[in-house]
Design a protein around this ligand. Sequence first.
Ligand code: ZN
Length: 106
Amino acid sequence: MSEAWCKVYDAGNALEAHSLKGMLEARQIEVHLSGEGLGAAAGELPANVVEVGVWVKASQQSCAHLLLEEYEHADPSGWICSACGEANGSQFELCWQCGQDRLAES
Ligand SMILES: [Zn+2]
């Protein structure tokens, strides 16, 4: 019995797609990637692919969404709000949760 697959994310490149795949698979979520160069040797990332779709089974879609949100919050150049502890992306100058300035001391 085959199950429907849903695209949950458009990765900017194959490297990001593979790290997402590993992250989701570590949580027992099956992942398919689309858009990669066909016939690429295992471990070899095609450099010319612009966008890679990340697909999961329909039944695991909501779980995958939560993990992807977590992933986006875990921006390595992001910052943690000194007032409320919320994780913010590096592009934000104010905490999206409480409005505290990024550089404010607690
Ligand atoms: Zn805050």
